[in-house]
Design a protein around this ligand. Structure first.
Ligand SMILES: [Fe+2]
Length: 292
């Protein structure tokens, strides 16, 4: 079988056929996926029945796995999944639903804000791969917004204004906007803000994109309220329906997205029923700006 990709949204998103990701990829398959990612930025695969090990093996063929340390408040002994897998379900270690007032669940609700995975890391993530194991019966769509198209649609004055701006990103900004303001000293150190350029250039295609994320809570050299209003305005612009693809999950779908050029969010769902989604992450390979 040969890999084929069909664009399923006016500005981005490809649907892939002709590939069984549970099996090792040929070099040509890897090239086709990377080229598809560069062009469409989101790739959708259907009917990929995989184990965690197969998901990690598939991911490693696209690049090294990101070290997930420092990305959550869940303690290692409370993890449900093996190291290398990011648990974005509503389930606890025992496989049961998280309690409504659990801090872990509150933290995960932050994924319902528009964001780019790991933008709070000095070297942010390249690709995320999300596999749907148990689909929630109500809601839980994932939405993707194309930050390249959003950048292209800015007027010249705004482009000039934001060209060299540098933002500060932290999980405490995104969770703080939801009212989660209490962190231990250890967590504060772990979630220390990092700097990211507001405008990125794709290393292969040269396309520019807005690097927005709910983790961004400040702009270097700008008073915070002014920075937050600018970020909010840019986010409203960038998430207009014409730039957004809504993915309605079927069991065993797998979606890959390029965090360097996309934002995404999950929509609300029925928290009394399971939603078992498992993510692997391909590490990025470069900083976007110097840290201080
Ligand atoms: Fe995410």
């Amino acid at each position: 079988m040969t890999v084929a990709i069909r664009q399923i949204h006016p500005v981005f998103v490809g649907e892939v056929s002709g590939l069984d990701i549970a099996r090792p990829l040929s070099p040509e398959d890897v090239t086709a996926i990377d080229a598809g990612m560069d062009r469409y930025a989101v790739l959708v695969f259907h009917d990929q029945t995989i184990t965690d090990e197969q998901q990690m093996a598939f991911t490693r063929q696209l690049g090294p796995l990101e070290n997930a340390r420092g990305g959550n408040i869940t303690k290692p002994e409370d993890r449900r999944l093996t190291v290398g897998m990011n648990d974005v379900s509503n389930l606890g270690k025992d496989g049961g639903l998280l309690e409504r007032d659990s801090r872990q669940r509150a933290f995960n609700i932050g994924n319902m804000l528009w964001h780019s995975d790991s933008s709070y890391r000095v070297i942010p993530a390249k690709y995320s791969l999300l596999s749907a194991r148990v689909v929630n019966p109500k809601g839980g769509n994932t939405e993707y917004a194309d930050m390249r198209a959003a950048y292209d649609a800015l007027d010249a004055a705004t482009r000039a204004e934001i060209e060299d701006l540098v933002c500060e990103h932290s999980l405490m900004y995104s969770r703080g906007s939801l009212g989660m303001l209490d962190y231990s000293e250890e967590e504060r150190a772990m979630f220390r803000p990092v700097r990211q350029r507001l405008v990125r250039t794709h290393p292969v295609t040269g396309r520019r994109s807005l690097y927005l994320s709910s983790h961004a809570g400040a702009i270097v050299g700008m008073p915070m309220p002014e920075a937050r209003i600018l970020l909010r305005e840019l986010t409203e612009h960038a998430t207009q329906p014409k730039f957004v693809y809504i993915h309605r999950w079927r069991p065993w779908d797998l979606v890959i997205w390029d965090n360097r050029q996309m934002m995404h969010r999950v929509r609300r769902y029925d928290e009394r029923q399971p939603r078992d989604m498992r993510r692997t992450t391909v590490a990025g390979d470069a900083v976007t700006t110097l840290q201080v």
